[in-house]
Design a protein around this ligand. Structure first.
Ligand SMILES: Cc1cc2nc3c(=O)[nH]c(=O)nc-3n(C[C@H](O)[C@H](O)[C@H](O)COP(=O)(O)OP(=O)(O)OC[C@H]3O[C@@H](n4cnc5c(N)ncnc54)[C@H](O)[C@@H]3O)c2cc1C
Length: 399
């Protein structure tokens, strides 16, 4: 989540009615006062304490860096005639590719349906390529994917893995009424699709509680988040789809165990990318999809393909392939700590550049740094990860 984005959300928050007592957590340092239930009233079970995260540098199992394919004007979803082929460009989803993938693919596939072709090619096998392929299959098309890398070796696999549909999706200046309408449709379409994936084997998608922590009141700037050199992004989620998920709620000191003066609890969707990516690949192949390893040096090579309608889902790769300089790299580094299945909550510590997601394949620790915008350098900074893990450890002093 973006720091500024959370601030805006926090300003407009309304408490979720009736959940305060039910969800309250017992501080680990203090025994909870025991109160006798009123006569005839069955108490709910005492809320479980939160399991501490074992935050230490020797538990880091991977550190990766990836660039978000950001476009100031938003993703490119448009058909272009190239010789005898129709190429449907479908790339540039910034920090929202997983979140918007299904709704965005519906838009792209509608353009393909207009060509009347029923055999189509998808170039790219990341979040966007695979979901485009799945939506095309559901529309009755025969689909072949051609890609340099496939999941889990694509950039998409290096994402944080949360519902973040307006993260670096366009700049405020480009959030026109037309774009807002398109985004609204993409976000709602994707959201609905993800609710159908809950409870599946391997938990590809889950809802998780998270705690936003702060040293200063939430309506005051916290500083130090690493995004100050970025453009202004519109708060599309709170403007347009505020009805889709519960609002965050303030917690009293007795309702959370963290050594900070201000905390709120919110709920978010987590994408367990290992299980989710595997599911997408399996479903694609089971529905008769074909996958071919192929590198395109130039769009002229699209003419070599037998399909007349192609989706160009090359993500950041479109920058080189098409010479499309509208794609701006926004660097992001994430690390994973050894999985702790008992940790079922996320964390976001304002002003400390710390974002933690309880994924099944590890506790994901993200740190956004100053200078990440328009930065294509994918060199790992182990020192940055160690600093983030050390910050995280400060939240668990007793562990
Ligand atoms: C650090 C980080 C955190 C993120 N967190 C989130 C998040 O929590 N939630 C969210 O919704 N989004 C998140 N994102 C954004 C999301 O990951 C991207 O928007 C998404 O992965 C883009 O997917 P894609 O399929 O377009 O690109 P890619 O995954 O890059 O796939 C491109 C495909 O095209 C192929 N390709 C490229 N060029 C060629 C070529 N010349 N020839 C043949 N094949 C080619 C590649 O091999 C690959 O298969 C994050 C991004 C980053 C970097």
């Amino acid at each position: 989540m973006q720091r500024r984005h959370f601030l805006r959300q926090a300003g407009a928050l309304a408490a979720v009615a009736s959940s305060g007592g039910l969800l309250a957590q017992t501080p680990r340092s203090m025994p909870a006062p025991v109160q006798a239930p009123a006569l005839g009233q069955q108490p709910f079970a005492e809320p479980k304490p939160l399991a501490p995260i074992r935050a230490s540098a020797d538990r880091v199992i991977s550190v990766t860096v990836c660039t978000r394919p950001f476009r100031a004007q938003g993703p490119r979803i448009e058909a272009e005639r190239m010789g005898r082929r129709t190429v449907i460009h479908h790339y540039g989803h910034g920090g929202s590719g997983w979140s918007l993938s299904w709704g965005s693919a519906e838009r792209a596939v509608a353009l393909a349906q207009a060509t009347g072709e029923t055999e189509v090619a998808v170039i790219g096998c990341g979040a966007i390529g695979l979901t485009t392929a799945r939506v095309a299959q559901r529309a009755g098309m025969k689909v072949r994917i051609y890609a340099k890398e496939r999941l889990p070796l694509t950039r998409s696999y290096l994402a944080t893995g949360v519902w973040s549909p307006d993260s670096r999706i366009c700049t405020t200046e480009h959030a026109t009424p037309q774009f807002r309408a398109l985004w609204n449709q993409m976000a709602r379409g994707s959201f609905a699709q993800y609710q159908r994936m809950l409870g599946l084997p391997g938990d590809p998608v889950e809802w998780r509680d998270s705690y936003a922590l702060s040293d200063v009141p939430f309506n005051q700037p916290a500083g130090g988040g690493g995004e100050d050199d970025e453009p202004d992004y519109p708060s599309l989620e709170s403007d347009l789809i505020d009805d889709l998920r519960p609002h965050s709620q303030p917690l009293s000191a007795a309702q959370h165990p963290f050594p900070v003066p201000y905390a709120r609890r919110y709920t978010n969707m987590v994408f367990n990318l290992a299980a989710y990516g595997r599911m997408l690949m399996d479903d694609f192949l089971q529905d008769g999809g074909e996958l071919h390893a192929r590198v395109f040096e130039s769009p002229r090579q699209f003419a070599d393909l037998r399909e007349k309608t192609l989706f160009n889902c090359t993500g950041y790769g479109a920058r080189d392939l098409l010479g499309d300089a509208s794609i701006i790299p926004v660097r992001g580094q994430t690390a994973r700590l050894i999985p702790q299945p008992e940790v079922d909550y996320g964390l976001y510590w304002r002003g400390h550049n710390l974002n933690v997601v309880p994924r099944r394949d590890g506790i994901l620790v993200q740190a956004q740094m100053p200078g990440d915008f328009n930065n294509a350098d994918t060199t790992v900074s182990r020192a940055t990860t160690d600093a983030a893990v050390a910050q995280l450890a400060r939240l668990f002093p007793a562990s």
